[in-house]
Design a protein around this ligand. Sequence first.
Ligand SMILES: [Zn+2]
Length: 278
Amino acid sequence: MVDLSRKYSWNGNEALINAAHMVNELHGVNDLQVENWLDYDEVDLLTKISKPHKETLLHDYISFITFTMYEYTLDKHFPMAVINPLVELMNIYDVDYSYLGEAPFIGLDDEDLHLYGYDQNLVEKFAHKIFKLYGEKLEPTMVSDIFTVLFANKQFLYEFNKQLQEVVEVLKLKDHPDYLKKDGVFKRCKYLPKWLQKGVFMRDKGRCQICGTDLTKVLHLDNQENYDHIIPLESGGTNDPTNFQLTCEHCNKSKGDRSTMYHSLGARFWENENLFPK
Ligand SMILES: [Zn+2]
């Protein structure tokens, strides 16, 4: 028997806490919204969003936000504000950091280091080492777990893609003829990979995200599934996986190219008659 538990296990609490942090950043708490990030991080945007990649643009954004948070704190010489949370994460995700050496200061606050006679430089060295270890061993898992929460949150994806739209809209065909169909409009990707279709179908629970009709073929055999750009390409949408939703053929056709109509259908686990009282 293959043990799949490790492959499928994740830390839901850490993912949720960090996902909430991403929502705040997208809303501009530290001025690290999409446009600023793209400038600051010199992201190769066109290659990235001209066709779907498993490592989506949102993965890159999450990675940037978490890295920046720790880097900033290290630069400001608050090593304990990096060490303590990373040690906690290493413990939660079962990453061995013992080879980094003795660290009796773990758990102290930055202002207490001096009081207990610890050498600031040595502690900062340790902070850089554990941050490096985080990048090597933990970061991909953390990013993937946070992505899992955010990819299920249509509202976040919509806001993320709306910010992206502002960047795409001003791109000029003459500067990027390989990627664009005309000014501000990306070429349609030739086909949607199966992994993406499967992921979006699972996330949207087999329902058209506009009218709610069942597309699983359990209830209706004749309903056709469509993978719809939430922000249409014609309106500055991209081929990044974060910009797709499941729709039926009727809604897909009637939505039109310029409408950014979007619904956040929440699949409740059971009905509650107290919701939406008449
Ligand atoms: Zn529909």
